[in-house]
Design a protein around this ligand. Structure first.
Ligand code: DP6
Length: 324
């Protein structure tokens, strides 16, 4: 039996991925670019054993069931096929952030699982293959294999490193605005948007140029240029969802209050910019010297339950590999 333990960090897209080109291969219809976050991580241990009859999967201390279980098994099946292995696996995975708060966990979760499962199956470390394996389960997970700023291009690719943390040390504050899980998962939300929103085609048309400009602004380490593009990417993505039938609206009143508070901070001279994913939480980027003020302002807003302060995170890593 071989065992491996991996740690991967969550990430937040500055240029959003929303929509699939090929559903079977889970290839994105638009390029995206994210920053990896140090404060939100998943730790996953995988061991393959001939004595197991089925894959045994626990996520945050609970046995995985239904679609969550099936998604894990699908990834394990791909690893077994590559390693020519038939044994079943024991998987134990934990997030250090509350999954119940509806914060994205599939990115760090599938990145850690892909890295641990490949190592436990005896496959040699290959970040590009690990990123593709993670992408097949959840496209945003492809980006969590790498630290710093990471891009995922359109189509069949692995994620690629754009710049490391020291190049542009931005920080991010998450304003948590809801306790429960989100109402519609990303995969389902994307197909609903594609199938029913007249704005979906326009989103897919405009997203590549935005992603290119966002990458250039990151490379130039220029927050003044980056911020408005980040907000536009998030709002164009949400506009495509608002145009769906029925509309897919993830915001709540606190989401809008926080967006307004960020705009107000800017009017008062503090460079801070927001982005929202498929959920009501608001993530705000700012320079390190401004994050204390940004955090205070966000915590004052009605409906903000808590904040999480993140710096740029590192590459996903293997912490333990044993052959028994
Ligand atoms: C809004 O990666 O969760 O967070 O590939 O279907 O698993 P699947 O989708 P997922 O989508 C993330 C969407 C997003 C934007 C982003 O992270 O780029």
């Amino acid at each position: 039996m071989k065992r491996a333990l991996a740690i991967a960090h969550s990430n937040i897209a500055l240029a959003k991925y929303w929509g699939k080109e090929d559903i079977a291969n889970n290839t994105p219809a638009v390029p995206s670019l994210s920053m990896t976050l140090d404060a939100m991580q998943t730790t996953t241990e995988v061991s393959f054993s001939e004595t197991l009859e089925t894959d045994d999967v626990e996520l945050d201390g609970e046995p995985a069931e239904g679609r969550r279980y099936d998604r894990v098994v699908k990834l394990l099946d791909r690893v077994r096929a590559e390693a020519r292995l038939s044994s079943k696996a024991k998987v134990r995975s934990r997030n250090n952030f509350p999954t119940a708060a509806g914060l994205a966990s599939s990115a760090s979760g599938f990145a850690a699982l892909a890295l641990a499962a490949r190592a436990a199956a005896g496959l040699s470390r290959d970040d590009e293959r690990t990123s593709v394996l993670a992408r097949l389960s959840s496209a945003s997970a492809a980006r969590s294999i790498f630290g710093g700023y990471v891009a995922l291009d359109r189509g069949e690719s692995a994620a690629r490193r754009v710049a490391d943390a020291t190049h542009f040390p931005l920080e991010l504050i998450v304003a948590v605005t809801q306790a429960g899980k989100k109402h519609t998962g990303s995969t389902e939300g994307m197909s609903h948007t594609r199938d029913t929103s007249p704005y979906y085609a326009s989103w897919v048309e405009h997203a590549p140029k935005l992603a290119r400009n966002i990458e250039q602004a990151v490379l130039a380490a220029d927050l003044e240029r980056l911020g408005p593009l980040v907000e536009q990417s998030a709002l164009l993505m949400h506009a495509s969802m608002w145009g769906a039938a029925p509309a897919l609206i993830y915001f709540n009143p606190a989401t809008l209050r926080v967006m307004e508070a960020v705009a107000q901070l800017r009017r008062a001279g503090t460079l801070a910019f927001y982005t929202m994913d498929a959920g009501p939480h608001v993530k705000v980027i700012a320079k390190p010297e401004d994050t204390a003020e940004v955090r205070r302002t966000l915590e004052e807003q009605e409906g903000v339950l808590r904040t999480i302060h993140c710096r740029l995170g590192q590459d996903a890593s293997l912490r333990l590999e044993t052959a028994e």
